[in-house]
Design a protein around this ligand. Structure first.
Ligand code: NPG
Length: 372
């Protein structure tokens, strides 16, 4: 496949309600979308998950946009025959910038698989037609407000609840949710908001029979997580710390985690995400699919990934209407019986709602192979 053109598009989509985590509150999403067009006219879409500010990780959307334009695209143009694997290798000399790489790789993989008539799920090795869907609940104004939000999601049929926590918003909300809703699948996510000095406090979470405690300590503190794990019964799951299959292997080897959250953007793409899955499977470590407030494009990729065999826990694979009034794809993801279907069409298996996409587009730039 040859790529004739790449379009970098920025869209702004308001969230239905602000989403608060320990690293800040999001009320809209400023998203970099990548569209590649091959020389035979096949198109592929990718979504870059970088946030507006470098708060979750060091990447941010303006930076990812610039890196894509100035450093990733020139390497794409140099490839005589473009495949997602070839692109991944060609981008390896660029250090970091995993979310930017993942966005471009997704677009190339979408186009490549559309050309071959293969779905992403089939390509990655999916074994399920639908995936159990959990929902991530942001930090609320008050405990009663939190209980109302959780009740709403349980009524909608979500299979498990993840509560965002931070110092000052941890034991009390978790205890209130457990008490009110009984035996639901429940887990918490700290987004690196604690230190080892909080070990005694975090051990109090053991009383609530949580599926896991996600990323309590800073991204780089793998050894700290291993030390903390010896003081808790609740299994530790890593998110931010797992930036590659190698990082996953290291974290598992020193006992820093018993569960891994996989996000393709965080690890540099879907191909590396599958390797993380495989490394974890080889060590008997279950994984689940994280979410980064994606539109239907990134969500389609998440559903395909979450259908792999070692995704043994429900993911943050919620339906389109969890965050969006109107998704960017013509067939939004819906929750049925606590599950979301894995797309079966070629590539990502979703089509864009072009009219809506144009309405929410803030800027668009086209890069053609010849012009470089
Ligand atoms: O369902 O898309 C979703 C959101 C799930 O809580 C969620 N994501 O830390 O995992 C996280 C968090 C997040 C959101 C991280 C946005 C980064 C950006």
């Amino acid at each position: 496949m040859k790529i004739a053109e790449v379009e970098l598009r920025r869209v702004r989509l308001p969230l239905k309600a602000p989403f608060r985590t320990s690293f800040g509150s999001q009320s809209e999403r400023d998203i970099l979308l990548i569209q590649v067009t091959s020389d035979d006219g096949t198109r592929g879409w990718g979504e870059c998950v970088a946030l507006s500010a470098p708060l979750y990780s060091s990447e941010y959307v303006d930076g990812a946009h610039r890196v894509t334009r100035d450093f990733l695209l020139p390497r794409l143009w140099m490839l005589p025959d473009v495949t997602a694997y070839g692109l991944e290798a060609a981008l390896t000399p660029i250090s970091g910038h995993r979310m930017a790489k993942a966005g471009l790789e997704m677009a190339v993989l979408d186009a490549e698989l559309r050309t071959r008539g293969t779905s992403l799920g089939e390509h990655l090795g999916a074994v399920k037609a639908r995936v159990p869907s959990g929902v991530s609940v942001g930090i609320a104004e008050s405990i009663p407000a939190l209980l109302d939000v959780v009740a709403g999601h349980l009524d909608e049929g979500y299979s498990r609840i993840k509560l965002k926590i931070e110092p000052g918003w941890d034991i009390e909300p978790v205890s209130a949710v457990r008490e009110r809703f009984g035996d639901i699948l429940l887990q918490v996510d700290a987004n690196a908001a604690y230190t080892m000095a909080d070990a005694t406090l975090l051990a109090k979470l053991d009383a609530f029979d949580l599926l896991l405690l996600e990323q309590p300590l800073p991204e780089e503190d793998i050894r700290g997580h291993a030390a903390l794990a010896t003081q808790l019964q609740t299994p530790i799951c890593l998110d931010e710390s797992i930036t590659s299959a190698r990082a996953a292997a290291d974290a598992i080897a020193i006992g820093a985690c018993k569960v891994v959250n996989i996000k393709s953007g965080r690890v540099g793409g879907l191909l590396e995400a599958r390797r993380v899955h495989d490394v974890c499977a080889a060590h008997g470590v279950p994984v689940w699919c994280g979410g980064m407030l994606e539109t239907g494009i990134g969500r389609a990729a998440n559903m395909a990934l979450a259908a792999l065999p070692n995704f043994l826990l429900p993911g943050d694979t919620s339906a389109s209407d969890r965050f969006w009034r109107r998704d960017l794809v013509t067939q939004p993801f819906v929750l049925r019986d606590g599950h979301v279907d894995v797309p079966t069409g070629p590539g990502l298996g979703v089509e864009m709602d072009e009219a809506w996409l144009d309405e929410v587009t803030v800027s668009k730039e086209c890069h053609a192979a010849e012009s470089l």
